[in-house]
Design a protein around this ligand. Structure first.
Ligand code: BES
Ligand code: ZN
Ligand code: ZN
Length: 458
């Protein structure tokens, strides 16, 4: 979808649908009644083009723009009449983002011709093209992440996901075989599948970027998580194609950061595998050796995310990362606690945790701080190995998982985003996303990288 900005009249840009909210819709000729009845859209037929009166949803104009795009079933051009009494820049940003997010086609795996969709979204009444372009760009990459998460696990398999990552424009990509690279935990989890586990490394290294910071974004990329020998119940297993949501966020963010040409070095790291049930799957009570050299007693083969992330975190530190963020659909308890709105953020450094949380909240990927404490460490003491991968208690699951990761995160700033609730929506929250994958994390990571590159170059 092309997003344009013009000072022209909304009825003068050849639109198939003109859309506006509240007072602005009334000024364009909509009756007061239409504003009251919009749920979330009320159509008014004018001589020029149909006028969609859109209610302001919970996420304001972002949701409204997405609703306007969705209500234009036959596609074509939507003109949005902006409200001159509201702050312009914020308005343009929200509209551009909402329009692109609203244009996402969740049913793209159907056969036959794809629906035409909205081709042009013209924001009328401003001249802030650069603002709109940036917001649309990030939203398009958010949609790329959504497509990967919504994609079926037979197609977005370890091979499929690695191919999609390798095809990113402007990014250098290497793929390491887990066993050859000495990534023992990734090899052990992924050994359950005939499709081999691997570490995909994506690099954005613009010429002239400062030596420090060197950012690293690590994304859990389990393309399907059966739970292994702790097989998941039907109600949970059907959601597990989304278990690469962290990796999808990293792919989307790297794509956006490279397209924006942000002047900072960023590495994306994807430990990719499937957690399957087979003769070569890990057994409960197996002891495996991680890349860091620490041994882990696998008390629960369904706590596989922390195992593969352990190797990826260790690898990226050794590779020279100064600031690390990992994103993962890690614990069901995070969703039980925070619902589908917020992700939880842990860190070994308060300033870095705040930077991640602030970037998330400013970008629309809502985030909330969670605690770590050295005394949680005893929960993962093993009687046979250096660590166990679960505590075997009935409490504290997200914190235990984060404490496990912390053992592999090295000394510099590291943050962990447990995005289980926000990655995939069972129900429409009434915002720009509807049901299904949200691409959570793309906007957060791009905002974080932009803020760091601003700070480094000033
Ligand atoms: N992939 C799951 C988490 C998950 C659950 C994702 C539901 C999407 C929907 C993760 O690997 C997992 O199994 N977590 C366990 C951890 C537990 C064994 C400590 C959980 O949260 O139940
Ligand atoms: Zn699991
Ligand atoms: Zn998992």
């Amino acid at each position: 979808m092309e997003v344009e900005v013009t000072v022209a009249d909304p009825f003068a840009v050849g639109a198939d649908l003109v859309a506006a909210t509240g007072r602005r819709a009334v000024a364009l000729g909509a009756p007061e009644r239409a504003v009251r009845d919009a749920d979330p859209v009320a159509m008014v037929y004018t001589d020029a083009a149909p006028l969609a009166v859109v209610a302001l949803g919970p996420d304001g104009l972002r949701t409204a723009a997405a609703q306007a795009v969705r209500s234009c079933r036959d596609g074509g051009t939507v003109a949005w009449a902006i409200d001159p009494t509201l702050p312009l820049e914020e308005q343009v940003r929200a509209l551009a983002e909402g329009a692109v997010l609203g244009g996402y086609d969740r049913r793209r795996w159907r056969s036959g011709e794809p629906p035409r969709g909205v081709e042009r979204f013209v924001i009328c009444g401003a001249d802030l093209a650069a603002v709109a372009e940036r917001a649309a760009l990030v939203a398009r990459w958010t949609n790329t992440a959504r497509e990967l998460v919504d994609g079926p696990p037979n197609l977005i398999s370890p091979d499929g996901l690695a191919e999609r990552a390798a095809a990113l424009p402007r990014i250098r990509c290497e793929t390491l075989d887990a066993t050859e690279a000495g990534l023992g935990a990734l090899a052990a989890v992924g050994g359950s599948s005939p499709i081999r586990p691997r570490l995909v490394v994506l690099r954005h290294e613009p010429p002239g970027a400062p030596e420090s910071p060197r950012l690293s974004f690590v994304g859990k990329s389990v393309t399907f998580d059966t739970g292994g020998y702790f097989l998941k119940p039907q109600s949970d297993i059907v959601r597990q194609k989304a278990d690469m949501g962290g990796g999808a966020a990293v792919v989307g963010a790297m794509g956006a950061i490279a397209e924006l040409g942000l002047p900072v070095s960023v590495t994306g790291v994807l430990p990719i595998c499937e957690n399957m049930l087979s003769g070569s799957a890990i057994r409960p009570t197996d002891v495996i050796t991680t890349a860091a050299g620490l041994t882990v007693e696998v008390t629960n083969p369904d706590a596989e995310g922390r195992l593969i992330l352990a190797d990826a975190l260790w690898w990226t530190r050794r590779d020279g990362a100064t600031h690390v963020v990992d994103l993962a659909t890690l614990t069901g308890a995070m969703r039980a606690g925070l619902g589908d709105m917020y992700a939880g953020v842990f860190a070994n450094d308060d300033a870095w945790r705040d930077a991640v949380v602030d970037a998330g909240n400013a970008s629309g990927d809502l985030a909330w701080p969670w605690p770590l404490h050295p005394r949680y460490r005893t929960l993962i003491d093993s009687t046979v190995a250096d660590l166990r991968n679960t505590a075997g208690k009935t409490f504290g699951f997200p914190i235990v998982a984060a404490t496990f990761l912390q053992q592999f995160a090295g000394d510099g700033p590291w943050a962990h985003v447990d995005m289980l609730g926000t990655a995939m929506l069972d129900e429409d929250r009434g915002d720009a996303f509807g049901r299904g994958a949200t691409g959570y994390g793309v906007r957060m990571l791009v905002e974080l990288a932009a803020r760091l590159s601003d700070a480094a170059s000033s």
